[in-house]
Design a protein. Structure first.
Length: 650
């Protein structure tokens, strides 16, 4: 129930009292819930026939149904039957209540145990110490209702947290390893870096690697959220768990184990499910307060109906037990964790990896989004749009041919497209952030500056204008963000005129031009100082300081390298529209959290007075077993409401 709780030795969860299980052995808290569900189910079906027998032997039930059947030592028989139900059915609650008491963290199990134990020992006293009506059938049905409710609850919670299991299923159990000319099937876990594997059409790619032979298209939707197949050929990277479509591929393994994309994504989801939004602290405080409320109101209820408005001990104890049962804060405890667990799975399905739930919670409050231009709003692929003359382009290409910079590649490509013969260069030198130089023939050629000026022997001979290609999704993303009430800023090192022209074309509200990489963080601070809640979208490496400074950092285009420490949210694809999805998911998650909290608290506001007998003058009275059913139903409603998030389409 509380996956963030971890310790080196076995024991019990200090929050809910459940037994802690070894992560390596049981693969996390999903299996923990499965074990608990099975335990409650087993105890329920043992208690069920015994409870039916208790009901059949109870004088009150016989009176209601109009028959009479007694056994020798009738009351003693009831005592033994209910004692079995009490001890076997109630044991999970008693055991974990002891942990709560030991940790002074009184919660649901304490209240459940208090209600059951109070009713049981009152009935023992009424049977053996004084003449009075016992609560045998009420206690039996109460334990049965608790067992059934917790069984259903564990099943429902299991449905919220299967994202990791579904991801693990993406990896095929075996791979076709190439050994010389032979193909040998081996378990995927035995593959090593450097091995080559064959992937046939229609098969899943077993592990991360690089294509060394063959050509095909690959469905990467389960990792990136992208529905269109991606073409793959020699030298292209492939991700384990994706599906090869129509051609055979030979893949050289580059990553195994925890380094693979699937493993990194699973780790991020696990981390996200263990982080806690601030609203969780509010729910925890409310749940702890409810424990005190239950004891105080339960005691007050008994005092009122026994001393102030006397209706007898049975009546007073029954209502007091009902108060304690119905006040169990289980729904409050489930209200937030179920939502955050499902949200992380929905996000991953859409190519969004959440590192910190607190960051996603803040995302709904953002009013300004800053986009780093290059590689985010643009493709990062430059193209020459203007040049002074062919001689200028020819000499620039000669020097740039040895550079790996995207701008250099664009200049060389433009020269080749124009059919220009590129001369050889000597003494090539590069000055990062300033430019490059080299000898072409006997002349010294220098290329540099923001406008790509070209000089020959110190004399200016022309310049070259390049533009970064704008992503087709950028304009649509900005329009949608505007529609959601956000303003947009752009950070770029481009000259002011070029940056403002792009800003106008895309409808950007604020343009920060001629910004050096080290100054980006100051622009984030500038907007924050004006009272804005700022989200920063960048590549996660060069933009790390500004991503960290922003209220929410969104790293875009991580691809298979998803372990980015500077951002709260990681986007697998280079698609600005996914930023829209982040904001939309944040708002839907917040709405579900508020709905669950409203239900969990509203239920108690109405149910506690009803249990205490406030509505008895109008003929409304809750018995303990009905209280148990209502308490379990409340928890199930909270989980069911959270489960509707799974149908979210972003």
């Amino acid at each position: 129930m509380h996956p963030e709780v971890k310790q080196d030795a076995s024991g019990f969860c200090p929050k809910c009292g459940m037994s802690l299980v070894e992560v390596g052995e049981h693969k996390g808290h999903e299996n923990h819930h499965a074990m608990m569900a099975e335990d409650f189910k087993r105890r329920f079906f043992v208690a069920l026939p015994l409870t039916i027998l208790v009901l059949a032997l109870s004088p009150k039930i016989q009176q209601w149904l109009g028959f009479q059947k007694t056994l020798p030592y009738h009351n003693v028989s009831l005592f033994f039957l209910v004692t079995i139900i009490f001890l076997y059915g109630g044991w999970p609650f008693f055991k974990e209540a002891l942990v709560e008491l030991r940790n002074k963290n009184y919660g649901m199990m304490t209240l459940v145990s208090l209600a059951v134990i109070s009713g049981y020992f009152f009935s023992v006293a009424a049977t053996f110490l004084f003449t009075g009506e016992s609560l045998w059938w009420e206690i039996s049905t109460l334990v049965l209702a608790f067992l059934f409710g917790h069984w259903m609850e564990m099943r429902a919670v299991l449905g919220t947290g299967n994202a990791l299991g579904e991801l693990a299923k993406l990896i095929p159990p075996a791979a076709h390893k190439l050994s010389g000319r032979d193909v040998v099937d081996i378990p995927t876990g035995e593959i090593k870096v450097g091995d080559s594997v064959l992937v046939r059409p229609g098969e899943k790619i077993p592990i991360d690697g690089v294509v060394t032979d063959g050509e095909s298209s690959v469905n990467e939707g389960m990792i990136t959220g992208e529905s269109r197949p991606v073409g793959k050929k020699n030298g292209d990277k492939v991700i384990g768990g994706t599906i090869n479509n129509d051609g055979s591929l030979t893949v050289k393994v580059t990553k195994t184990g925890s380094e693979t994309a699937i493993s990194q994504i699973m780790e991020l989801i696990r981390q996200a499910q263990e982080t806690r939004p601030s609203v969780q602290k509010l729910a925890d405080k409310a749940a702890n307060a409810l424990t005190i409320v239950a004891i105080v109101v339960g005691s007050g209820t008994f005092i009122y109906w026994f001393f102030i408005n006397p209706h007898g001990a049975i009546f007073a104890v029954t209502l007091a037990i009902t108060v304690i049962v119905i006040t169990c804060p289980h729904a409050l405890g489930l209200a937030i964790p179920t939502v955050t667990t499902i949200t992380s799975a929905v996000a991953a399905r859409n190519g969004i990896l959440i590192r910190d739930m607190a960051g996603l919670e803040i995302a709904r409050k953002l009013d300004y989004i800053i986009f780093d231009k290059t590689g985010t709003l643009t493709t990062g692929n430059f193209a020459v749009t203007k040049f002074s003359n062919k001689g200028c382009l020819r000499l620039a290409a000669a020097v740039e041919i040895y550079s790996q910079h995207p701008i250099a590649k664009a200049i060389v490509m433009a020269a080749k497209e124009k059919g220009i013969d590129i001369p050889k260069v000597r003494n090539f030198k590069s000055y990062p952030g300033k430019g490059i130089e080299g000898m072409v023939g006997k002349s010294k050629i220098e290329v540099g500056g923001r406008d790509i000026s070209v000089t020959k022997d110190g004399k200016f001979i022309g310049n070259i204008t390049l533009e970064d290609e704008v992503r087709p999704e950028s304009k649509k993303a900005i329009d949608r963000l505007h529609g959601m009430g956000l303003k947009i800023a752009m950070l770029t090192g481009d000259k002011k005129e070029i940056a403002e022209e792009m800003g106008e074309r895309l409808g950007i509200d604020t343009v920060f031009a001629e910004v050096l990489p080290e100054d980006k963080v100051n622009k984030v601070k500038e907007l924050q100082s004006m009272g804005h809640t700022v989200g920063m979208v960048g590549d996660g490496v060069n933009d790390a300081p500004s991503l960290t400074q922003a209220h929410v950092g969104i790293a875009i285009g991580a691809g298979t390298d998803v372990a980015i420490e500077s951002a709260e949210v990681v986007l697998v694809k280079n698609n600005p529209l996914d930023v829209v999805k982040v904001i939309a998911l944040s708002r839907k998650t917040d709405a579900k959290m508020k709905q669950n909290l409203a239900w969990a608290t509203g239920y108690n506001v109405l149910a506690i007075p009803a249990a205490a007998g406030v509505f008895i003058p109008w003929g409304i009275m809750l018995r303990p077993e009905y209280g148990a059913i209502l308490m379990s139903a409340s928890s199930l409603i909270v989980v069911a409401n959270a489960l509707t998030l799974r149908r979210t389409r972003l």
